[in-house]
Design a protein around this ligand. Sequence first.
Ligand SMILES: [Zn+2]
Length: 331
Amino acid sequence: MPRGARPRLEREVARLRQVALDAATAGLFVFPVRAGTKVPAFHGETRCRRRGVCAEGHQGWEQRATRDRVQIRRWWSNTTRWNVGVACGPSGLVVIDLDTSTEPIRAWGGATTGREVLDQLAARHGETLPDTYAVRTPTDGEHLYFRVPEGLQLRNTIGGHGHSLGPLIDTRAGGGFVVGAGSIRPEGAYQVAEHGQVAELPTWLTTLLTPPPPSSLATPARRLSTKRANAYIAAIQADELDKVEHSQAGTRQITLLGAARVLGQLVGGGELDADNAHAALLDAARVHIGVAGFTRVEAERTIARGMTFGMRAPRTIDRGTAGADNHVDEA
Ligand SMILES: [Zn+2]
């Protein structure tokens, strides 16, 4: 190691430790993320050897994230420059993750940033965004931090899918994390863009991000307006894809099969496009491919099997006459 390198490394570890401690002081639950990346430092469930902290069952980053200063000092004590992960669920946060794109999005007035989409969304609802703590990411994205209103449990959403806010906007809540300000990637640093308090998630955003209750995923008793019917189908699809993405090693195939079957039913009923449904399922299953022997071929075969099965029991959503959008039936 060259002269002077060691003190520099130690200073950098000390700086990141302070970032983690400051986050904990602000009430956030933190955990180590691999140096220079946005990948959690802990092993994943599929690699768990049921030892140490996992002796009683696997403990992932969401379980291990903490505000405990002793634990934080222990993690950031050696010569590893862990980045600082912030677990959104335990921290009571929902973080709006605004991305950028080189491809203008026509449906959103040619927007190329999630910020533009969000501003348009706010305008459509006659609302504005409150000032809140925000972080700029190394790839020119933005993380807007909000407190989840008391008693609510929000999950992650993926831009353009299901009940997401729109393209280029992901949200991180339960089951999600963000890399905190002060962390470093080769592309640059995560930097505070807006200092100050974390605001509560405004009601209009809370409404948009609240998944439909499970009961509404059952067949609705009454006819739906076209708009409601489309939202309803999108919700079913998002729900199934979410299940696939978050399924555990032991149940992922059966979960994928079940999801393919549900989507296959909607394809059979003419509610979904077969190719799109197949692609969406494969996309959701992608996180599992290459993990514990699960192959792409196996994923594709499972999807094809489930969809074929589902298409034999077509499902249509009863909708009102065209133009009935102003007559909204609640599911
Ligand atoms: Zn484990």
